[in-house]
Write a protein that binds this ligand. Structure first.
Ligand code: PRP
Length: 224
C-alpha cells in the first residue's frame, strides 16, 4: 500500500497530472510486466493492455461539444462529440509501442515521430530526427512514451512540438511508469500540458533508471 499512497499524495497537489485508477486489474497487469521472468510475448501482450487503458483515459481529457442525434426510434439523444482534430506523436523507439493502442481507439489517426535517445553514460537526451503532420499546430497531440525517468526525453519532445506551434495546453503525454522526479519536472515546466500515467514509482537509481520500474522498456518490448 505504501506505493499507492505515495502516488496519490504526490499527484493530489499537481493538477495537470492524472494517475490511472489503481484497480486490481491494473495492478495485476503491472505485476506481469514488471516481473523480470516475464518473456517478451507476455510483456508485449500485457503492456498493450495497459497502453489501451492509458489511451482510453487520455481521450477522456480531450474537449467535447454538446450535440444531438436522432435514434432509430425517431427520438432525439443529447450527446457529446469530440471537438478538435488529434494526432499521436511517438518518442522513438519505445513510444512506437503505443501507436497501435492509439490506432485501435482512433481510426486513421495521424502519427508523427520524434527520435530521441538517452546517452547511456550521461542519461542526457539527444534529438536525432522528427517527422510530424504538417498541420500539427491545429491538432491536439497525444505524446507517447512508456517511461518517464529524468524527463529529459519528454522535455526535448515538447520543445519540438512548441517550436512547431502546438499550444502547450493541447499536449497530452501518455506514459506507463513515471519517476516522481520526472513528474515534477514535466508538471512544473509545462503546467498547461497534461500527463496521464499508469503509476508513479519510488525514484531513480544511479543510472537514472526508474525503480523499481521494469528495466529497459524498449529492449523488453522489441528485443529480449
Ligand atoms: C527511454 C524511455 C524514454 C526515456 C526516459 O528511452 O523510453 O524515452 O528513456 O528517460 P528520461 O526521462 O530520463 O529521458 P531510451 O533513450 O532508452 O531509448 P529507447 O526508446 O530506444 O529504449
Amino acid at each position: 500500500m505504501s506505493n499507492l499512497n505515495s502516488t496519490i499524495s504526490l499527484t493530489s497537489d499537481i493538477p495537470n497530472v492524472v494517475v490511472l485508477p489503481q484497480t486490481p486489474q491494473l495492478i495485476a497487469l503491472f505485476t506481469i510486466i514488471r516481473d523480470s521472468n516475464t518473456q517478451r510475448g507476455d510483456f508485449v501482450f500485457y503492456s498493450n493492455r495497459i497502453i489501451r487503458l492509458l489511451v482510453e483515459e487520455g481521450l477522456n481529457h480531450l474537449p467535447v461539444d454538446n450535440c444531438e442525434v436522432s435514434t432509430p426510434t425517431d427520438l432525439p439523444y443529447k450527446g457529446l462529440s469530440f471537438q478538435g482534430k488529434i494526432c499521436g506523436v511517438s518518442i522513438m523507439r519505445a513510444g512506437e509501442s503505443m501507436e497501435q493502442g492509439l490506432r485501435d481507439c482512433c481510426r486513421s489517426v495521424r502519427i508523427g515521430k520524434i527520435l530521441i535517445q538517452r546517452d547511456e553514460e550521461t542519461a542526457d537526451a539527444k534529438l536525432f530526427y522528427e517527422k510530424l503532420p504538417e498541420d500539427i499546430s491545429d491538432r491536439y497531440v497525444l505524446l507517447l512514451d512508456p517511461m518517464l525517468a529524468t524527463g529529459g526525453s519528454v522535455i526535448k519532445a515538447v520543445e519540438v512540438l512548441l517550436e512547431k506551434g502546438v499550444p502547450e495546453e493541447r499536449i497530452l503525454f501518455l506514459n506507463l511508469i513515471a519517476s516522481p522526479e520526472g513528474v515534477k519536472t514535466f508538471a512544473n515546466l509545462y503546467p498547461k500540458a497534461k500527463l496521464v500515467t499508469g503509476f508513479i514509482d519510488a525514484g531513480l537509481n544511479e543510472k537514472k533508471f526508474v525503480v523499481p520500474g521494469l528495466g529497459d522498456f524498449g529492449d523488453r518490448y522489441y528485443c529480449i
